[in-house]
Design a protein around this ligand. Structure first.
Ligand SMILES: NC(=O)c1ccc[n+]([C@@H]2O[C@H](COP(=O)([O-])OP(=O)(O)OC[C@H]3O[C@@H](n4cnc5c(N)ncnc54)[C@H](O)[C@@H]3O)[C@@H](O)[C@H]2O)c1
Ligand SMILES: *[C@@H]1O[C@H](CO)[C@@H](O)[C@H](O)[C@H]1NC(C)=O
Ligand SMILES: *[C@@H]1O[C@H](CO)[C@@H](O)[C@H](O)[C@H]1NC(C)=O
Ligand SMILES: CC(=O)N[C@H]1CO[C@H](CO)[C@@H](O)[C@@H]1O
Length: 321
C-alpha cells in the first residue's frame, strides 16, 4: 500500500480532478493480502467527510473494480526485488496488465480513460491496451506528467519565477533515465514578457547538461533522500494528468503524456507508448505536430524509442504465452 494509493483517492474525492461539482464513487482495487490495509484507507477517506464522495468500494476482484468505470488509474505493479532478473519482472508485469486490460475490456465503459502509472509504465500501458481490443487505443495513456512537472519546476527555480510562468516543456519517450526533457519549445514569462527558455536561463550548458540529468535522475534522488519513492509529487502528477484529460489543456499550452504512437509523428516507431507533447480538447488528445527538432534532440528521442522497442518486443512475446 504505497502512499500514492492514499493520496490520489483523496485528491480525486476532494474534487481536484473531475471538478468541484462532480460526485465521486471511488473504487479501490488491491491484492487479497492487502485487504485489511485497504480497509484502513477506506476508514480514513470516510473520516475526511468529503462532500463529493458518495461511495467507496474496496475490492480484490477485477470484475467488481472495473465494472462500468469512467476512469481507471492503474498504479499497482510488480516491484523489483533484490536479485530479480529484468525479464522475470517484465513477465510478471505483463501478466498483471494483460489481466487488467482484459477486465477493462469486459466490464468498463468503452469510453473509459485509462492512466497507467505502475512501472514499467509505458510498456504496461501498451500491454493493457492490447488486451482491451474493444476500447480505443487513444483511451490509454501512461504517466510522464511527473517528469514534465519536474522539468517545469527546475526551469522555474532557475529563473526565480513560479512554475506557472514556465510553459511547454516536453518529455519525450520512456519514463526512465533515457527520457528526454526538452526545453527547445519552452517559454518563460519573466520580467513581464514571454521569452524562449534558452534566453531566460542564459546558460545553455546547464540546459543541455545538468538540467537534463537532474530531471532524468530525480526519482532516484528522491528515493535516496527520503528512503521512500516519490508519493506526494506522483499523486499530484496523476491528478494533473487526469484533470487535463477530462477538462483540456489551456489555450496555447501543451503537456506531456505517454500515448500510442501510430508511426506518424516525429519519426517515432509505430506501436509504442511514447511520451509526446499533447494538447487536449473535448476529452481527446492530439500530438502537437510540426515542432522543429534539431540533431541534439533527435539523437535523444531515438535512444529512448529504441529502449522501448526492445522492451515491447520482449513483453509481446510474454503476452502470447
Ligand atoms: N510513471 C510515474 O511517473 C510513476 C511515479 C511514481 C511511481 N510510479 C510507479 O507506480 C507504482 C506504484 O508506486 P508506489 O510507490 O505506490 O508502490 P507500492 O508498491 O507502495 O504500491 C503499489 C500498490 O499496488 C498494489 N498491487 C500490486 N499488484 C497489484 C495488482 N496486481 N492489482 C492491484 N493492486 C496491486 C500493491 O499491493 C500496493 O498496494 C510503482 O510501479 C512505481 O514505480 C510511477
Ligand atoms: C522504461 O522505463 C521504465 C520506468 O522507469 C523502466 O522500468 C524500464 O526498465 C525502462 N525500459 C527499458 C527498456 O529500460
Ligand atoms: C507575464 O507575467 C505578468 C506578471 O508578471 C503578467 O502581467 C502577464 O500577463 C504575463 N504574460 C503572459 C503572456 O502570461
Ligand atoms: C481520451 C480519449 O481519447 N477518449 C476517447 C475514448 O473513446 C471514445 C470512444 O469510445 C472517444 O469518444 C473518446 O474521445
Amino acid at each position: 500500500m504505497g502512499s500514492i494509493f492514499n493520496l490520489s483517492p483523496f485528491y480525486i474525492a476532494k474534487g481536484d480532478v473531475f471538478g468541484k461539482e462532480q460526485p465521486i464513487i471511488l473504487v479501490l482495487l488491491d491484492i487479497t493480502p492487502m485487504m485489511p490495509v485497504l480497509e484502513g484507507v477506506v476508514m480514513e477517506l470516510q473520516d475526511c467527510a468529503l462532500p463529493l464522495l458518495r461511495e467507496i468500494i474496496a475490492t480484490d476482484k477485477e470484475e467488481v473494480a472495473f465494472m462500468d468505470l469512467d476512469a481507471a488509474i492503474l498504479v499497482g505493479s510488480m516491484p523489483r526485488r533484490e536479485g530479480m532478473e529484468r525479464k522475470d519482472l517484465l513477465k510478471a508485469n505483463v501478466a498483471i496488465f494483460k489481466s487488467q486490460g482484459a477486465a477493462l475490456d469486459k466490464y468498463a465503459k468503452k469510453t473509459v480513460k485509462v492512466l497507467v502509472v505502475g512501472n514499467p509504465a509505458n510498456t504496461n500501458c501498451l500491454i493493457a491496451a492490447k488486451s482491451a481490443p474493444s476500447i480505443p487505443k487513444q483511451n490509454f495513456s501512461c504517466l510522464t506528467r511527473l517528469d514534465h512537472n519536474r522539468a517545469r519546476s527546475q526551469v522555474a527555480i532557475r529563473c526565480g519565477v513560479p512554475a506557472t510562468q514556465v510553459k511547454n516543456v516536453i518529455i519525450w519517450g520512456n519514463h526512465s533515465s533515457t527520457q528526454y526533457p526538452d526545453v527547445h519549445h519552452c517559454v518563460v514569462n519573466m520580467s513581464g514578457c514571454e521569452q524562449p527558455c534558452f534566453d531566460a536561463v542564459k546558460d545553455d550548458a546547464w540546459l543541455k547538461g545538468d538540467f537534463i540529468s537532474t530531471v532524468q535522475q530525480r526519482g532516484a534522488a528522491v528515493i535516496k533522500a527520503r528512503k521512500l519513492s516519490s508519493a506526494m509529487s506522483a499523486a499530484k502528477a496523476i491528478c494533473d494528468h487526469m484533470r487535463d484529460l477530462w477538462s483540456g489543456t489551456p489555450q496555447g499550452e501543451f503537456t506531456s503524456m505517454g500515448v500510442y504512437s501510430s508511426g506518424n509523428s516525429y519519426g517515432v516507431l509505430e506501436d509504442l507508448i511514447y511520451s509526446f507533447p499533447v494538447q487536449i480538447k473535448d476529452k481527446t488528445w492530439t500530438i502537437v505536430d510540426g515542432l522543429a527538432i534539431n540533431d541534439f534532440s533527435r539523437a535523444k528521442m531515438d535512444a529512448t524509442a529504441q529502449e522501448l522497442k526492445e522492451e515491447r518486443d520482449t513483453a509481446v512475446e510474454f503476452l502470447g504465452v
